[in-house]
Write a protein that binds this ligand. Structure first.
Ligand code: AR6
Length: 175
């Protein structure tokens, strides 16, 4: 599996599946979630509502992932996952890792070959970028994902890109 970094907007990616940093309501929000629903159109929200009504009447639990189609986006599917809110007092990194693992599992089940991730939890949910990047890359590297050829991390700004680039090179590497 190839891992690549892109600076840009995830809604413009042509990956088979793009991942949404959603919340457990699955009914939209700000950040990446807002951008995906805005650009993807009402079809995605309609599918999210149907998922709420059937499998997730109490909401999608933190660390889990579920797919819808991608509406008007250039991707085929949107995989919605719920990142943990960052906490200084409690280690929730297993939940953040679970988001990447569960999303790759859903992508593999769908038959996706290419998957694009945002930096889950590092915006509104307050996760420090350096730690969020480390967990993202370690988890994706360690997760077997049959059929997935490329995972890209789509970072919205230069700071996020630099943190992922640093984490990709590993500790102790020159920047
Ligand atoms: N493309 C790529 N990355 C983006 C984009 C974009 N279009 N927009 C923002 N980012 P966030 P979270 C970056 O806040 O922290 C929503 O309200 C952003 O700079 O989208 O997991 C949900 O409904 C940051 O690095 O997600 C939840 O309630 C990263 O994406 C809550 O926010 C994640 O930021 C989830 O918070």
């Amino acid at each position: 599996m190839r891992i690549t970094l892109v600076q840009g907007d995830i809604t413009e990616q042509r990956a088979d599946a793009i991942v949404n940093a959603a919340n457990s309501s699955l009914l939209g929000g700000g950040g990446v979630d807002g951008a995906i629903h805005r650009r993807g159109g009402p079809e995605i929200l309609a599918e999210c509502r149907a998922l709420r009504a059937s499998a997730y009447d109490k909401g999608l639990p933190t660390g889990q992932a579920v797919a819808t189609t991608a509406g008007r986006l250039p991707a085929r599917w949107v995989i919605h996952t719920v990142g943990p809110v960052y906490s200084r007092s409690e280690d929730r990194s297993h939940l953040l890792a679970s988001c990447y693992r569960a999303s790759l599992g859903v992508a593999a089940e769908l038959g996706a070959h290419t998957v694009a991730f945002p930096a889950i939890s590092t915006g509104i949910y307050g996760w420090p970028l350096d730690d969020g990047a480390r967990i993202a890359l370690k988890t994706v590297r360690e997760t077997p994902a049959p059929g997935i050829e490329e995972v890209s991390f789509v970072l919205f700004d230069a700071t996020a890109y630099a943190e992922f680039d640093r984490a990709l090179r590993g500790p102790g590497q020159a920047v």
